[in-house]
Design a protein around this ligand. Structure first.
Ligand SMILES: C[S@@+](CC[C@H](N)C(=O)[O-])C[C@H]1O[C@@H](n2cnc3c(N)ncnc32)[C@H](O)[C@@H]1O
Ligand SMILES: [Zn+2]
Length: 293
């Protein structure tokens, strides 16, 4: 019989439970009876039958919902992020310290998890490594989707502000279009670890923003502040623009409208205009920040 998702997770945790720490008291977590992670102070976190572990303190809620994550996955499968994944994977192979030991990569703010899956595939095409992937997100809906689709990774619900991982656990931290916590990232990275942060560029979804009559100014300011903060926290070894255009078919436009917060609160006539993007190209524009501790 095939192992259940929970059994697959327990098997992974048996090898890698040292990667985790208690989100309540920060003590080490160990696997107990292949059913839960427990710390010395008896804080106990059960493995979900869906194949992830919930390591956030009680009471957190995320506004990101299942529908948005499914839309992200739909558009991701259509290749929306493929050029980005290619560049990130290349950076990983070029800049990260890949040795004989497991190559531990965390996707921080992973959502539905497809970035990590695609990036592992691309890294392995370039160079076979013992890639051990973990993903953390505050959204249970996102993590549940990730665990269902990609049971080969360690998925957990957790808060980046009190990340449930031990010091020096990761060779690489990926942080794609998500908030960061640079202090926690630095703590979780190995000494020569790499952090790759992806932020939207100036022209990201420009055509959609035009149809929604949005002003570009505020985004430019917040991107500059993000880059400055990143460069103050890590030694910036690379800052690269990854820009391309993506042809939207009808299902992709519908997915795009559902996946981006840009459309939240839009007027019906603005959404009609947005749907007219079907059959057209849309600008995809990212800035990739690569830093070392
Ligand atoms: C725009 S989504 C991007 C998700 C994914 N990286 C992607 O590109 O599809 C931002 C993500 O950050 C997560 N997030 C926000 N604050 C967080 C926190 N404090 N800890 C963990 N995840 C957080 C959200 O739940 C959401 O999944
Ligand atoms: Zn504890």
């Amino acid at each position: 019989m095939l192992p259940t998702r929970k059994e697959r997770l327990a098997h992974l945790l048996a090898r890698h439970s040292g990667m985790f720490r208690c989100p309540v008291c920060q003590a080490a977590l160990t696997l107990h009876h292949t059913a839960s992670l427990v710390c010395a102070n008896r804080h106990c976190f059960d493995l979900s039958r869906h194949g992830y572990v919930h390591l956030a303190n009680a009471g957190y809620r995320s506004k990101y919902e299942q529908e948005m994550f499914l839309a992200r996955r739909t558009i991701s499968e259509k290749g929306f992020f493929s050029p980005l994944h290619a560049v990130v994977s290349q950076k990983l192979v070029e800049c990260a310290a890949i040795g004989d030991e497991p190559f531990c990569v965390l996707d921080a703010g992973c959502g539905e998890g497809s970035h990590l899956a695609r990036i592992r595939e691309e890294v392995n095409n370039r160079r076979p490594v013992d890639f051990v992937g973990a993903g953390v997100d505050l959204s249970k809906a996102g993590i549940a989707l990730a665990a269902k689709a990609y049971p080969e990774f360690l998925w957990c619900v957790g808060d980046l502000a009190r990340a449930p991982f031990a010091d020096g656990s990761f060779a690489v931290i990926l942080n794609v279009l998500s908030p960061s916590n640079t202090r926690e990232f630095a703590r979780m990275l190995k000494t020569d670890g790499l952090v790759i942060k992806v932020v939207p560029g100036e022209r990201y979804l420009q055509e959609l923003r035009e149809r929604l009559s949005m002003q570009p100014g505020k985004r430019t300011y917040s991107r500059a502040a993000t880059i400055q903060h990143f460069a103050a926290s890590f030694s910036l070894i690379d800052c690269e623009r990854v820009a391309y255009s993506f042809r939207l078919d009808q299902p992709s436009v519908a997915a795009l409208i559902r996946m981006t917060p840009l459309t939240w609160g839009a007027e019906p006539q603005q959404l009609v205009k947005a749907h007219e993007l079907a059959g057209r190209e849309i600008s995809v524009d990212f800035t990739l920040l690569v830093g070392k501790r």
